[in-house]
Ligand binder design. Structure first.
Ligand code: IPM
Ligand code: MN
Length: 351
C-alpha cells in the first residue's frame, strides 16, 4: 500500500490553528478509509521571514516537488510589508510548481448562512476554475517617470495560447467528469479587453467543439458578479482568468457562507497540488481558538480527492455538511457556538 507524502505549511496568523484541525480530520479519514500518509512540516511564513530575512529557502520548490500534495494554512503577516510574503511564498509556489488551475467550489451547505434572500443549497452549487499562472499576476509592467507628475504605471496581462488553452481544457474535462448539468461559462470582458479575452473566447469555442456534451455560454465579469447575487443558480462551472477569478471567488465565498467555509486547490494536474482555506491569516483572531476551521477541513477534502482518495474526500465533506447543518450557530469567527478545536472534534466525531 502506498504511503502518501504530504507537505504541511501552517503559515501565518490563524493558519496553524486551522491546519491543526485539518490534520486531525486527515488522521481520522485515514483510519476510516485505511490509507497511510506521512507529513513534513515547513515553517514558511512571516515569522520565519522576520527572523531570517529569507522568504523561501532556495531548496524549497525542489523539495516540495517530491510530495503527493501540499497543505497550506495562510500566508500574510501584519509586520511584513504587503506583497513580500504573498509574492515570495504563495505566488512563487503556484508559479514554480506550475499549479496552473485554482479550483474554487462555491457551495452553500445551509441556507441559514447565505446572505442572499430566498436562496437555498440547491441554488448555490458551482465551481470556479481560475487560471492560476498568468494574466495580471505575471507581474509584467513598468513605471515611467516614477515620482514625477507625469508618472505612468503599466501593468500588463500576459495570456499565452498554451496557458489559456490548458486552463480551458481542464475546465471542460472537469465539467464533463464531475458535473451533472455539464454547463461551462466563460467569464471575461470581451467588450473592453479586446486582446486578452479575444484569445480566451476563440480558444474557448475551439476547444468546445471537442466537448459536444458540455453546454457553453459566455458572460462578462461585471454581469457575472450581478448574477452571483441575483441568480447564482445559473452557474454550474465558470472558467476565467487569474484576476477575475480572484475577485469573483471572494464574492463566491460570501454567498456560500463566508471565508470560514471557503476552500481552494492550486492544481497542477500533472504535478504537485496545494490546498488551502482561501480566507487569509486573520491576524486579529490569531491564537484565540475562535476561527472557523471548516474551510481548512474542506481543503483536506479537496486534497484527498485530488490524490485519489475520492471516497475519503467525500466523507470529509459530508461530515462538514452535517456539522454545519446540525451544530453550528454561525460560520463566522467567534460566533459558531464552539471553539476552533471543538469544531474540528465535531467533524472527526461525525466521520
Ligand atoms: C487568493 C489571494 C491571493 C491572490 C493573494 C494573497 C496574493 O487573494 O488566493 O485569492 O490574489 O491570489
Ligand atoms: Mn483572493
Amino acid at each position: 500500500m502506498k504511503t502518501y507524502k504530504i507537505a504541511v505549511i501552517p503559515g501565518d496568523g490563524t493558519g496553524p490553528e486551522v491546519v491543526r484541525e485539518g490534520l486531525k480530520v486527515l488522521q481520522a479519514a485515514a483510519q476510516k478509509s485505511g490509507f497511510k500518509y506521512e507529513t513534513v512540516h515547513y515553517d514558511f511564513g512571516g515569522e520565519r521571514y522576520l527572523k531570517t530575512k529569507e522568504v523561501l529557502p532556495p531548496t524549497a520548490v525542489k523539495e516540495l516537488k517530491t510530495f503527493d500534495a501540499i497543505y497550506l494554512g495562510a500566508i500574510g503577516h501584519p509586520d511584513v510589508k504587503p506583497g513580500i510574503l504573498e509574492k515570495g511564498i504563495l505566488l512563487k509556489l503556484r508559479f514554480d510548481l506550475d499549479q496552473y488551475i485554482n479550483l474554487r467550489p462555491v457551495k452553500l451547505y445551509d441556507e441559514r448562512f447565505c446572505p442572499l434572500k430566498n436562496k437555498t443549497p440547491k441554488d448555490i452549487d458551482f465551481v470556479v476554475v481560475r487560471e492560476n499562472s498568468e494574466g495580471l499576476y505575471k507581474g509584467l509592467g513598468e513605471f515611467q517617470k516614477k515620482g514625477t507628475k507625469d508618472e505612468v504605471a503599466l501593468q500588463v496581462s500576459h495570456n499565452t495560447r498554451k496557458g489559456v488553452e490548458r486552463c480551458i481544457r481542464y475546465a471542460f474535462e472537469y465539467t464533463r467528469k464531475n458535473r451533472k448539468r455539464k454547463e461551462l461559462t466563460l467569464c471575461g470582458k470581451t467588450n473592453v479587453l479586446t486582446y486578452a479575452f479575444d484569445l480566451w473566447e476563440r480558444t474557448f469555442y475551439e476547444v468546445a467543439k471537442e466537448y459536444p456534451d458540455v453546454k457553453t455560454q459566455y458572460t462578462h465579469v461585471d454581469a457575472t458578479t450581478m448574477w452571483f447575487v441575483k441568480n447564482p443558480e445559473w452557474f454550474d462551472v465558470i472558467v476565467t482568468d487569474n484576476m477575475f477569478g480572484d475577485i469573483i471567488t471572494d464574492l463566491g465565498a460570501m454567498i456560500q457562507g463566508g471565508m470560514g467555509i471557503a476552500a481552494g486547490g492550486n492544481i497542477n494536474p500533472e504535478g504537485v497540488s496545494m490546498f488551502e482555506p482561501i480566507g487569509g491569516s486573520a491576524p486579529k483572531y490569531t491564537g484565540k481558538n475562535v476561527i472557523n476551521p471548516l474551510a481548512a477541513i474542506c481543503a483536506v477534502s479537496m486534497l484527498l480527492s485530488q490524490i485519489g482518495e475520492e471516497k475519503a474526500g467525500t466523507a470529509v465533506e459530508n461530515s462538514v455538511i452535517a456539522v454545519v447543518r446540525e451544530k453550528l450557530k454561525d460560520l463566522a469567527a467567534g460566533k459558531m457556538g464552539y471553539s476552533t478545536s471543538e469544531v474540528g472534534d465535531l467533524v472527526v466525531k461525525n466521520l
